[in-house]
Write a protein that binds this ligand. Structure first.
Ligand code: ZN
Length: 411
């Protein structure tokens, strides 16, 4: 989806503002770029990307684009992998974020009559406070719990008759299990769950929905771009609408950096159109998704992206085809006799790339038949010929940490 003339106008304004503060990240990055020269989609696509690493290098406030007196708040990414990223907000940014978030709640059919139990953390992290801002802007009742203390969560949920639960998928599942364990499901009034959009499986989704008796909504966002609240799905399980009057979103091939045609999977790159404290131009999110080009049945004019299907860092290219873990999981899930563990090996032999897919098999299935089914399914769904290798349960390595499942031995 190319930027509209109106979006290009906003982008030029943001670029001008972003480079105006002496010594800031964009003052250096755009030193030789005249924002007025960005007139077409092609001009825009020639602008350099902004990488997470650059924001880290600018620690603490290198990204700040306005004078100190205009900054009213900062938030920070968790920083589990080194230096945190600090994002400064102006008063206008905070108000815009609240408006975006309220729009998300509305898209999910939530109204001022609802009671919203907010379990993500408050503080430096953008989550809890974003859910709160949006709730107050909408006019619903916020129950600002923060995470943990399951006894109190369930008590408040029952006594205050919470109708909406905001949570991470893992915490929603934990609450669902605790409610089932205590046999108090019939006292819970929840109708909707708004879940932070990390990648989470369909199995988990249906368990949470069933146990809590709720419709689930995926909310999208990242600390660098306001926080959660820049997109949400309009009906349970559908793709997410995003707010293209506040962000311009493009999908690129993470290997070549080129914009991919609408409908193709790639990495989400976001440009903020109105953000003052920390404008971002072509920011690489490393989240994988695709634009859903068809208009939505709900009638909303806002464009859509699919649910996040993984991270671009996990994506590899074999014979010109992009492969990522979520896709392999989708193929394997569709085949009887295949268990959940798998491993991908990519080798370069005799001038050719070869992808071998190892997967664990349940007992009682014919190995040759299952392997053939996997190869056919992979070719149909992904468009790549692979070497399938079924192994017994327990043969593939497991690790406590996030297991690396794709091994690229070509380089
Ligand atoms: Zn819709």
């Amino acid at each position: 989806m190319k930027p509209t003339l109106q979006q290009l106008g906003l982008i030029r304004k943001r670029m001008e503002a972003a480079k105006s503060r002496e010594g800031s990240l964009y003052a250096k990055k755009f030193a030789d770029i005249d924002p007025a020269s960005v007139k077409t989609a092609e001009d825009f696509q020639n602008l350099p990307f902004t990488e997470k690493e650059e924001l880290r290098e600018g620690y603490p406030l290198g990204i700040q684009a306005v004078p100190d007196e205009q900054i009213v708040r900062i938030h920070s990414s968790s920083g589990t992998t080194g230096t945190p990223i600090i994002i400064p907000y102006t008063k206008r940014d905070v108000e815009d974020w609240a408006a975006l978030f309220a729009r998300c709640y509305e898209m999910a059919g939530i109204t001022e009559k609802d009671r919203i139990q907010i379990t993500p953390g408050y503080g430096l992290w953008t989550a809890g406070i974003g859910f709160q801002l949006g709730c107050e802007k909408l006019g619903a009742m916020a129950i600002p719990m923060g995470p943990g203390n399951t006894d109190k969560q369930i008590r408040m949920m029952i006594d205050l008759k919470s109708t909406v639960l905001c949570a991470t998928s893992s915490y929603a599942l934990l609450l669902a299990e605790e409610i089932a364990k205590r046999g108090v499901g019939d006292k819970v009034c929840l109708q909707k769950g708004v879940i932070g959009s990390e990648r989470w499986g369909d199995k988990m989704r249906s368990r949470i929905a069933k146990e809590l008796g709720v419709e689930l909504y995926d909310i999208y966002g990242l600390t660098e771009i306001y926080g959660p609240g820049i997109g949400i799905n309009c009906e349970a399980d559908g793709p997410m609408h995003y707010w293209d009057d506040f962000i311009y979103l493009e999908i690129i091939d993470p290997h070549t950096g080129k914009t991919v045609p609408d409908g193709e999977i790639g990495e989400i790159v976001i440009t903020t159109l109105r953000k003052e404290g920390a404008p971002l131009i072509r920011y690489r999110t490393h989240d994988l998704s695709r634009i859903v080009p068809e208009p939505c049945a709900c009638g909303s004019p806002f464009p859509r992206i699919d649910r996040i299907i993984g991270r671009s860092d996990d994506m590899v290219k074999v014979k010109g085809v992009n492969i990522y873990p979520g896709q392999v999981e989708d193929v394997l899930r569709a085949i009887d006799g295949v268990s959940s563990e798998y491993q991908v090996m990519i080798d370069h032999l005799e001038g050719k790339d070869i992808m071998t897919l190892f997967f664990e098999m349940n007992e009682g299935f014919e190995k040759k038949e299952v392997e053939k089914a996997v190869a056919v399914e992979f070719k149909t769904k992904v468009g790549l010929k692979i070497v399938p290798k079924g192994v017994a349960i327990g043969e593939l390595p497991r690790s406590e940490k996030k297991t690396n499942r794709i091994f690229d031995n070509r380089y």
